[in-house]
Write a protein that binds this ligand. Structure first.
Ligand code: ACM
Length: 684
């Protein structure tokens, strides 16, 4: 056995693994998230026959189903014939669980597990079936080819999460997501050990959960796009089967147009005629001054508690300018009578009354940053979207918190940037007690600019990198190694039904139009062109397009994916080349071939644009591809060292790059900023 200290970085771990490789196979560490402790054993477990499963201690339906799913995935990944349940396999898989998890998964559930693989079998040990499920996910990721078959290298893993709250929020209010989308995203969450699905169910643009007590909420407030109560129960059960809590969010008192259009008596003054189509911050708000408001919320939340068993209820609470509160004489009089000096004080009053309802339901309240107002009871969890500073402030004041600010997927940041954002880095000035109040992190998928065809590619694979941040030790932060492992995890997720890889191709095919698909090379050209483009961030797109709920989301910006593999590949190749420009011929040749292929795709793409107006909107980007590849080829030539660039060449190229960085067609090139580094490395 050779212990590997994962704290020094996974690249080192891989190097050590190679050093201890046996004759049979070299261990390839593809695990994401990385486990707390991993030691390599000698030999491997060949996957030539399916498993004989033993659960000597606790066993229940949830555990049995989780084992069945994992075994099936391992059988698929290793080309084994599927064995039915109870069939006699010969490869030993012992899953030894001490006791069942609590009926409603709590924040404090023991999620740890040990996994031991030897040439004679697998043993997973865990206090709870939740820990065992995490161990099974790790086992699936350990399968690797041997050359003539598949095997799992002998390993000993001891693992437990760093943070208890590892979430993904999906906004189903602004754009509705069908149940199949939700379920496959739950599968993906389980694969990377996320444990909280935060379901944003109400927005200005739509009320998405059926209330039988208040049927107009979806009857009028949803455009007919909502989850029935049975759907909600299905999602909760599906998530529970995968070790995931479901925290529902019902936005109040702001972001509440859909409540008010259905029940205008809840409004503070302005009553909307229809759900809001524009995005941004609405002026309308629930009236916090009437007892009838709280009676309504009480009945609604009491009904919702029958669907959502989790101990937490999220009430939103963000972005409530509520100008009506300053204009409505009745509200002004109420504020005066109750000594509430401003809107913040009135919202704090509202929160306190809603908190009483939630406490009566034996639940905890959660809200966005803005709920953190003076006098807020300490039993409220604050979800920080405005920055680490507000998370820290909450922790110092005694509130538990979850960090989301650096994990907004619609900012279109790279996986690497998200990955390095730590919920509470060791450099933080918080005391030990304050740090303990940071429960973890939550990735946020806001839905202004996505639909059911594009959502997976916005969430995955970047969220897998953040899942590692929330699970693994702080010192696991080698970005290049994360990108190396992101590729196999991405393929694993596709195997679970996620559409993040396939949707780009589907989007491009739809844009190309059928006449353009008659020839495969045309599609290849379009794919190549698209491979160096990614969507611009949410705010840039909003500024350029004024996206609203009815905007068609089927253009090039929607087909292309954030942080595609071309970006990191190019960045690495450029970094290596400029470190050794004369002798790194491998990277020079690879880059030259790549630039040539990219340039060669442009005529076919232009030709497709003549028959596809939606695609033609990006014709400037096609021209710029030629400019970029030409400057890249010239840079490679000069870096090879036979001649220097003429005086002024660099400035000219960098000016051209600045032009190319200006907005066009809502997409940007992934070659920036590494192309700038390549140009700057040239000598004049
Ligand atoms: C938020 O992004 N307004 C929570």
């Amino acid at each position: 056995m050779k212990a590997i200290n994962l704290g020094v970085g996974a690249v080192v771990a891989v190097a050590l693994c190679s050093a201890t490789a046996t004759a049979q196979m070299q261990f390839q560490n593809h695990l994401m998230p990385q486990p707390a402790q991993l030691s390599l054993g000698s030999g491997d477990l060949p996957l030539s026959a399916t498993f004989a499963v033993e659960t000597p201690a606790m066993s229940d339906g949830r555990l049995t189903n989780a084992i069945d799913r994992a075994v099936r995935r391992i059988e698929s990944a290793s080309g084994l014939r599927h064995a039915g349940r109870g069939a006699a396999g010969t490869t030993h898989l012992v899953v030894n669980v001490t006791h069942a998890s609590s009926p409603v998964q709590s924040l404090d559930e023991d999620e740890s597990y040990s996994l031991s693989v030897t040439p004679s079998g697998v043993k997973i040990e865990a206090a709870t079936d939740l820990g065992a499920m995490h161990g099974l996910e790790t086992l699936v990721q350990l399968v690797q080819p041997t050359g003539n078959g598949y095997a799992i290298h002998a390993v000993e893993i001891h693992d437990a999460p760093r943070f208890r709250w590892r979430g993904l929020m999906i906004d189903c209010g602004r754009h509705f997501e069908p149940l199949t989308v939700i379920k496959r995203n739950l599968d993906a969450m389980a694969a990377v050990k996320l444990n909280v699905f935060h379901w944003h169910l109400t927005e200005d643009q739509g009320f998405r959960i059926e209330s039988r007590v208040f049927p107009k909420l979806t009857g009028i407030g949803s455009d007919g796009l909502f989850y029935t109560q049975q759907d909600a129960k299905d999602v909760v059960a599906y998530a529970r089967a995968r070790g995931i809590r479901v925290v529902p969010e019902f936005e109040m008192p702001g972001h509440s147009t859909a409540w008010l259009v259905a029940y205008p008596s809840l409004a503070s003054g302005t009553t909307p005629d229809e759900v809001r189509r524009e995005f941004g911050i609405s002026d309308t708000a629930i009236d916090p001054t009437r007892d009838a408001t709280y009676a309504f919320i009480d009945r609604f939340l009491t009904e919702m508690a029958t669907l959502f068993p989790d101990a937490y209820v999220h009430i939103g609470g963000d972005e409530t300018p509520a100008p009506d509160w300053k204009k409505n004489p009745r509200i002004i009089a109420f504020m005066r009578a109750h000594n509430l000096k401003d809107n913040d004080a009135l919202q704090a009053y509202f929160n306190t009354r809603v908190l009483k309802i939630i406490a009566r339901l034996h639940k905890h309240m959660m809200g966005w940053d803005e709920v953190l107002t003076p006098g807020l009871p300490k039993d409220v969890v604050v979800q920080s979207w405005r920055g680490e500073a507000s998370l820290a402030k909450g922790a110092q004041l005694g509130y538990e918190g979850v960090l989301s600010a650096p994990y907004y997927l619609d900012a279109m940041k790279t996986a690497g940037v998200h990955y390095l954002a730590d919920p509470v880095p060791s450099s933080s000035s918080l005391t030990l007690d304050e740090r303990k109040r940071i429960l973890g992190g939550e990735v946020c998928m806001w839905a202004e600019q996505l639909n059911e065809r594009t959502i997976d590619s916005r969430i995955w694979p970047r969220t897998a990198a953040m899942a590692e941040r929330f699970w693994s030790t702080e010192s696991v932060r080698d970005v290049d190694d994360m990108y190396r492992r992101l590729i196999p995890v991405s393929v694993e997720l596709e195997g679970l039904g996620l559409m993040h890889l396939a949707s780009e191709d589907a989007g491009l095919r739809a844009l190309a139009g059928t006449p353009n698909l008659a020839s495969t090379p045309n599609m290849d050209a379009l794919r190549r062109f698209a491979s160096v483009l990614e969507p611009v961030p949410f705010s840039d797109r909003y500024d350029e397009q004024h996206t609203d709920q009815l905007t068609a989301l089927d253009n090039l910006v929607d087909a292309v994916v954030p942080d595609p593999p071309s970006r990191h590949w190019f960045e690495l190749a450029v970094k290596r080349l400029i470190a050794d420009p004369k002798s790194d011929t491998a990277d020079r040749d690879a880059l030259a071939a790549w630039f040539s292929q990219l340039a060669a795709s442009v005529p076919a793409v232009h030709q497709q644009m003549t028959a596809s107006p939606r695609l033609a909107a990006a014709s400037q980007r096609a021209d710029q591809t030629l400019q970029l590849t030409a400057m890249g080829q010239q840079a490679l030539h000069y870096l090879a060292g036979t001649e220097n660039a003429p005086a002024g060449w660099k400035k000219q190229q960098l000016d051209t790059l600045d032009e190319i960085n200006k907005p066009s067609a809502l997409v940007r090139f992934t070659l920036w900023p590494a192309m700038g580094d390549l140009i700057k490395a040239v000598r004049e």
